[in-house]
Design a binder for this molecule. Structure first.
Ligand code: ZN
Length: 279
């Protein structure tokens, strides 16, 4: 069976900064980091361009001779070359993206996750295992970041004050990005690929694998409305669009973020789902 991909922008008509693509033996999901409105980035292309360009180059670089980390490093290098001449890539706001990928080769599923995307391995008998990189969550415990987050979450989503607080949170986080002891995402430095979490599992042990951007993982990891076993069952029974539909329904039930404080009422949401059949 082949991968099934669904991606949806946070708001209709706005650019989708998530990206997903697949071949018959690999699939990728990327989530471009949103830049708060009015904040300079040094890049004329933007987060959506960065995510789709890096994602396309990454998928193209996946080959039998390459581990996924090598393909990702090559793709980061190539996207950097593409806009080095036109953009200031040393700017702290330069585009970045979180990344998840899975590929099958010789009966083995290899996965990669860099940043807060999730790889969901739905295993026969033992059930689903969600793999995500929680280093960003650790950084959120930092005092400056905690202060910025508390200020953000005390304000109603969509207000000008909320936008200002969001900008301050982004700046506090940027101080920890792609630094030893901080958190790692794809941006301009190919060495970030070596920081990705990776693993392998025989395909015969899996009923499915899914890649989710953080906007699609909210039901489980932010809202607590469904555990990963329920998400895995939803995917198997109804496909990836149903997970996004339920995420939007939950967000719409809490438009100002009073139940679930969050930076954005909706986020771009993406699920790449690869059913692998019975044991
Ligand atoms: Zn650029």
């Amino acid at each position: 069976m082949e991968p099934r991909l669904v991606t949806e922008a946070a708001e209709p008509g706005q650019p989708n900064e998530d990206f997903t693509a697949a071949t018959t033996d690999a699939m990728v999901v990327l989530d471009g980091a949103t830049t708060p409105a009015g904040q300079p980035t040094g890049c004329r292309h933007g987060a959506a361009w960065y995510a789709r360009t890096l994602g396309s180059l990454f998928l193209a670089a996946i080959s039998p001779s390459h581990p996924l980390t090598g393909a990702l490093a090559e793709a980061i290098d190539n996207v950097t070359t593409l806009h080095r001449g036109t953009c200031d890539l040393s700017h702290p706001g330069t585009p970045s993206a979180t990344v998840a990928a899975a590929r099958i080769q010789a009966g083995v599923m290899e996965h990669l996750v860099l940043g807060d995307c999730t790889v969901l391995l739905d295993r026969h008998r033992v059930g689903p295992l969600a793999v995500s990189d929680d280093r960003l969550g650790t950084i959120v415990q930092d005092k400056s970041v905690q202060g910025a987050r508390a200020a953000l979450h005390a304000l109603p989503a969509g207000s000008p004050e909320h936008s200002g607080a969001y900008r301050e949170l982004a700046e506090a986080l940027a101080a920890h990005r792609n630094r030893p002891g901080g958190f790692w995402v794809a941006s301009t430095d190919p060495r970030a690929a070596a920081e990705a979490l990776t693993g392998t599992i025989p395909v015969s042990e899996l009923s499915a694998v899914a890649l989710l951007s953080d906007g699609a993982a909210r039901l489980a990891d932010r809202f607590g409305l469904a555990g990963w076993p329920i998400i895995a069952a939803l995917l198997a029974a109804h496909g990836p669009a149903e997970v996004i539909r339920r995420t939007r329904a939950a967000e719409d039930s809490d438009p100002d973020g009073s139940r679930w404080p969050r930076a954005k009422p909706h986020d771009d949401a993406t699920v790449a789902y690869w059913p692998l059949g019975p044991p």
